[in-house]
Design a protein around this ligand. Structure first.
Ligand code: SF4
Ligand code: MG
Length: 315
């Protein structure tokens, strides 16, 4: 993902001027086959929009998204549909957008029909296999979405995403609506499926504990920009961007010998329609310097694969 940008225009009141909302503002990110990269940040930081732009469910304003060497922004409708077989989205509430009058069997079969895969007997066999792979039974295929618990529904959501045998799954807050005990079950299921099907995950979450559980690498977003990227261990043990440090200081530490002091973030999250000048984090940063108010920092590599976008790290 190179310089990915999504600007929305919004008009608040009748007499107000149109405003540009910089939801995603120049995101660079690489995801390697078979890994799990998480995008973490507060709500409104642009992480979901980034995920949807990568799948081209939202048209980006600018930038490039290469999937297996192909710029998905340049694909026409037919090519895009073919590419979508390989890239699927798992939602927080998988049934918010699905027809409640269809059975689970029908809902799982729909993607196969859309992509012209198999005859009805073959499709049924596929569907029966898939429902069992996610830990439910064939007998449950004739039931309706409302008959399932939240955790079961997410299993079905995952089955629906997997039925086309994609390579990349973008999972947007897939466990955020679930109880903590159920969260662990779904995360473990996702990890098992990743091995079994060679999946690559782009995992979007605001929850740093969940992200720690699932990720190989983590990208931290703030106001439409990636401010820090590192492998999980570096990020959690050596958080370097002041924003990442503040976020992590609010999470309970598993190691009681590590005493981190809670860093309180000053002020509210600014609006992406009116981002601060220079480093957009500067009004809330404990280390703000003069340069931060006028000049936007660029990413620098502080150790191998660990990138930080902050003037403190610029050499
Ligand atoms: Fe803080 Fe300046 Fe770094 Fe921004 S660039 S995070 S304001 S020190
Ligand atoms: Mg979101």
């Amino acid at each position: 993902v190179k310089s990915l940008t999504k600007h929305f225009t919004s008009k608040q009141g009748f007499f107000s001027k149109e405003k540009v909302v910089r939801a995603v503002d120049g995101v660079n990110l690489t995801v390697y086959p078979g890994e799990t990269v998480s995008i973490v940040g507060e709500s409104g930081c642009g992480k979901s929009t980034t995920g949807r732009c990568i799948l081209r469910l939202i048209e980006p304003t600018d930038g490039e998204v290469f999937f297996e060497g192909q710029d998905i922004r340049k694909l026409n409708e037919t090519e895009l549909r073919r590419a979508r077989r390989n890239m699927q989205l798992v939602f927080q509430d998988p049934f918010a957008s699905l027809n409640p009058r269809k059975t689970i069997g029908q809902l799982l079969e729909d993607p196969l029909i859309i992509h012209g895969i198999g005859n009805s007997v073959e499709r049924r066999k596929h569907v029966e296999e898939m429902i069992q792979i996610v830990g439910l039974s064939k007998q449950q295929l004739d039931r309706f979405p409302h008959e399932f618990s939240g955790g079961q529904r997410q299993r079905i959501g995952i089955a629906r995403a997997l039925i086309l045998r994609p390579k990349l799954i973008v999972a947007d807050e897939p466990v955020s609506a679930l109880d903590v005990s159920i969260q662990a079950q779904i995360l473990n299921l996702m990890q098992d499926l990743q091995k079994e099907f060679n999946l690559t995950y782009l995992f979007i979450s605001h929850d740093l504990s969940v992200v720690r559980h699932i990720s190989d690498r983590v990208a931290v977003m703030y106001l439409g920009k990636v401010v820090e990227v590192a492998d999980k261990q570096s990020l959690y043990e050596k958080p370097t961007h002041p924003y990442t440090q503040a976020l992590l200081s609010a999470v309970p530490v598993p190691n009681p010998h590590l005493t981190t002091q809670r860093i309180i973030l000053e002020g509210d999250l600014p609006s992406p329609a009116n981002p601060p000048s220079g480093c957009t984090f500067h009004p809330r940063c404990r280390h703000c310097m003069d340069i931060c108010k006028t000049v936007a920092p660029v990413a620098s590599e502080v150790s191998r694969g660990h990138f930080v976008t902050c003037h403190l790290e610029q050499s």
